[in-house]
Each structure stands twice: as structure tokens, then as C-alpha cells.
Design a protein around this ligand. Structure first.
Ligand code: EPZ
Length: 421
């Protein structure tokens, strides 16, 4: 086991380069199963979720060659299995994209239940609704989800709520289905657009990604033979932007798409931070104590749940009383009790957290309860007086590339150490 030891406070200063988007990569890698050919994927984040996914694909007969640590060449001409066992799929959430991909390519998928962060109940009824609408039979038993069909046929699907995963999975399952599939009430996140752009580059015909109505005109085959570069990670970019504010620093975030960060930029400005957004980079800096704000997490383009805990760190030190309403995940305030160990004053009531702003945080041993909570606690440790130890790093390593090196390059005093078992 390992821990991060952080000595603060340090105002972060300098430039940081954002990696490729985790939540796009974990959909695009399984999407290669649909390609009867070879393709190259660039700008992959070097994180454990990507490595786990490549391992799963290799077990299905896909040949993967690492060109460098951010680029793979994928040969999916010979799929030899449509079974992905639980011991591999439970390592992360996005393993459920294997169902849509294998169903689309092989007409059969037997996939262990997904794992991932414990954010409260994470049902997949809308994914199943999508598969069934396309003509598949879906059963869940003994820890596996099985989906089968003789022939997938296009249909119109209306999702009961906006779901990133169900939108992605239905796109994956319908790309090779006969006819035109329509998804209504689709998610609009940048990673949905990235998946559609990737598939279109490989020969698919998907229109409307990024709006709430997506149309997928089924094609006979995806030939591949193309190179695709993954979109920059807007959540990693937002994490560093908020770290600039929490640490009273001045950071330029490079290789991001500032359009994707509008809800975060709006809130940084509202609490009194400074932002200069320039399309593919943004300078964010602190100049005075930040003030309270109220936030409700929403699907894109609303304020992202995946930046809620990082924003919570800023609000815990802002003057006045702030309120965050978490509308996506039931258990996404677990970081609050850790932040309270560092001197924050946060009270949780159901899906609402009330932040009574304190002047400063102090160092303490804390545990990363999920991926984004882990990033938030690192930010808090950099901003706090004294030494903070962050435990449970496997959550953070799943989704952030070289996080401590990136923070160190901005001046943070942060070290990874082995923990005696
Ligand atoms: C994706 O999860 C992301 N994961 C999450 O990021 C992110 O928090 C979430 O979208 C929301 O933006 C990946 O992309 C791999 P949803 P996903 O389906 O697809 C309910 C991170 O930190 N719902 O959009 O699983 C669900 O319970 C992670 O990077 C159903 O009820 O989320 C939730 O309340 C954590 N039935 C809401 O919809 C369903 O069938 C949105 O979930 C599906 C979802």
C-alpha cells in the first residue's frame, strides 16, 4: 500500500499539461471491438483504468501494440471470445461498455458486473432498456450480464434520465444495427461527442452527438485504418483550475478545451477567482479570499458532479455559508468527513452539504473515498497548514495520470511513500 505525504501550504504556480480524457478513453477502447480492422488511438491517459481495459480486450482476442505510453495500435480483426470475467470487469465502472460493443460485433456478450467508485446505487436499467429496444435479450445472474440477439435492429429510444453510460452503450450497440436508431434525452458530455467522432472516423454514421437527440445510421462494417486522438480531460483540467484557487496560486492549464469548462469557470469567477480562458488553455489565479456560492451538480453543460468535491475544497475556505446540492450521486459527499478532519466545517443532510467557510485548513491523515474525493484531498493537503497524509491511492491512480508529479511541477511538496502493512 502507498500514501501521499503533502506538506502545505504551497501556492501552486506554473504551467500544467492536461492528459487525454479518462471517460472518453474507457469508451473508445472497447469501441475498437466494433472495428473489423486496425486503428491507432493517441493521447490516451496513462492510468490504470486504461491498462485494465487493454488487458480485457487482449483476453477477447484483440491485439494491442503500445507505440508509446499514450498511443496504442489496435487490431480487432479476430475476436475470439465474447466473455469478460468478473475478476477483470469489477476493477472499474466502464467495463459495462463491453456489453454494447460485443453485442454489436458478435451478437452476444457475457460480461461480469462492473465495479468502480462507490457513489451509492449505480443502476444500469437504462443501458438494458437500450439493448432490449434494439432486439437483445438481457439477463443478469451469477455476477454476469448476458445480452444476446440474432440480429440487432434500429429503434427509437427515450431515456428516462440523462445517462452518460446508457447513451454511450446504446451508441456502441447500434452502430452496426440495421436502420436508423434515435436516442432521445441523450447525454451531451464531451466524451459522448468524442466517442461519436472516433466511431465516425472509423466508418460509422452518427449524427447529433453533443445534443439531446442522437441519430445512428447503421453501417455494415467499420473498417478502421485510421488514427484518432482523444479529447483533453475536462475534469482533470477543472481539478487543476480549482487547485489554483484553493492553494492561492496562479496556474496556466494547457491542452484543455475551455468551452468544456464553462460551468466551472463561471463558478470560479462567482467566488472571486480570476480566469483568462483562451480556447485551448486557461490561466486561473487567486487574488483575494474567495466568497460563498451555491452549486447544484447537473449533467453537461451543468456543473459536473466529477468536480463537486474539488469545488467543495474551495468553498470550505471561502467566506460565508455555501450550499452544494448533489443531484447525480447519492454518496458523493464522503470526502466531507475527511475534510472536516482537516478543520473544515461541512454538514451533510441527504443530497445537500452546507459549508461554513473557515479561514484555513490544517494537515491530517485522510482517506480517498473515491477518485475525485482523492484529488480533492490532495488539493486540500497542498492548501492546508502542516502535513497531510492521503491513503487509498488506488482510486486516484485509476483516473489521474502522474498526479503527484504534475502537482510537484507546480511547486507542491508531495511524496509517494510505502505504507507498512
Ligand atoms: C459517468 O458515469 C462517469 N463515468 C462518471 O464519472 C460521472 O460521474 C457520471 O457519468 C456523471 O457525469 C464514466 O464515464 C466511466 P450516468 P455513469 O449513467 O455513466 C442514474 C468519475 O469520477 N442512472 O450518467 O455511470 C445514475 O444512478 C466517474 O470519473 C440510472 O438510474 O453515470 C445517476 O444518478 C464517477 N440508470 C445518473 O443516472 C441507469 O441505467 C447519471 O448516471 C444509468 C444511470
Amino acid at each position: 500500500m502507498e500514501k501521499l505525504v503533502i506538506t502545505g501550504p504551497t501556492p501552486l504556480r506554473g504551467h500544467v499539461k492536461i492528459s487525454g480524457a479518462k471517460n472518453a478513453a474507457v469508451a473508445i477502447i472497447p469501441a475498437t471491438i466494433l472495428i473489423n480492422g486496425v486503428c491507432t488511438i493517441e493521447n490516451l491517459p496513462n492510468i490504470s483504468d486504461v491498462k485494465s481495459y487493454c488487458e480485457i480486450l487482449e483476453n477477447l482476442g484483440v491485439k494491442i501494440k503500445w507505440i508509446n505510453k499514450h498511443t496504442i495500435q489496435v487490431d480487432s480483426r479476430h475476436i475470439t471470445s465474447s466473455f469478460a470475467p468478473l475478476d477483470l470487469t469489477r476493477k472499474f465502472r466502464a467495463s459495462y461498455y463491453l456489453i454494447g460493443s460485443l453485442l454489436g460485433r458478435c451478437g452476444h456478450a457475457e460480461v461480469g458486473l462492473p465495479g468502480g467508485c462507490n457513489l451509492g446505487p449505480r443502476p444500469i436499467d437504462q443501458h438494458i432498456k437500450g439493448f432490449e429496444a434494439l432486439g437483445a435479450t438481457v439477463t443478469v445472474s451469477n455476477g454476469n450480464i448476458t445480452a444476446t440477439c440474432d440480429k440487432l435492429r434500429a429503434n427509437s429510444i427515450y431515456f428516462d434520465m440523462v445517462s452518460v453510460g446508457a447513451t454511450m452503450n446504446t451508441i456502441l450497440a447500434s452502430v452496426l444495427a440495421e436502420g436508423t436508431t434515435t436516442i432521445d434525452n441523450a447525454a451531451k458530455e464531451p466524451h459522448i461527442v468524442d466517442l461519436a467522432n472516433f466511431l465516425n472516423t472509423m466508418g460509422a454514421d452518427i449524427r447529433g452527438a453533443g445534443t439531446d437527440v442522437i441519430k445512428i445510421n447503421g453501417v455494415k462494417e467499420l473498417k478502421g485504418n485510421a488514427t484518432y486522438s482523444i479529447v483533453p480531460d475536462q475534469i482533470e483540467a477543472g481539478t487543476f483550475m480549482l487547485a489554483a484557487i484553493a492553494s492561492k496560486g496562479d496556474i496556466t492549464v494547457e491542452n484543455c478545451i475551455t468551452k468544456h469548462l464553462e460551468p466551472v469557470i463561471a463558478k470560479v469567477l462567482e467566488i472571486g477567482g480570476n480566469v483568462e480562458a483562451n480556447g485551448d488553455h486557461a490561466r486561473v489565479w487567486w487574488s483575494k479570499r474567495t466568497s460563498k456560492a451555491n452549486i447544484k451538480t447537473l449533467p453537461y453543460p451543468g456543473f459536473p458532479t466529477d468536480l463537486q468535491s474539488q469545488m467543495g475544497v474551495c468553498l470550505s475556505m471561502s467566506s460565508g455559508t455555501s450550499i452544494i446540492n448533489e443531484s447525480i450521486w447519492e454518496s458523493r459527499f464522503q470526502y466531507a468527513q475527511e475534510l472536516n478532519k482537516m478543520g473544515a466545517n461541512i454538514t451533510i443532510s441527504g443530497k445537500t452539504a452546507v459549508f461554513e467557510g473557515v479561514e484555513y485548513l490544517y494537515g491530517a491523515p485522510v482517506t480517498a473515498t473515491d477518485l475525485r474525493a482523492g484529488a480533492a484531498l490532495i488539493m486540500a493537503g497542498i492548501s492546508a497548514n502542516g502535513v497531510t497524509e492521503v491513503f487509498n491511492l488506488h482510486h486516484i491512480d485509476r483516473g489521474y495520470e502522474n498526479i503527484e508529479e504534475k502537482f510537484r511541477s507546480l511547486g507542491a511538496k508531495i511524496e509517494r511513500q510505502k505504507v507498512e502493512e
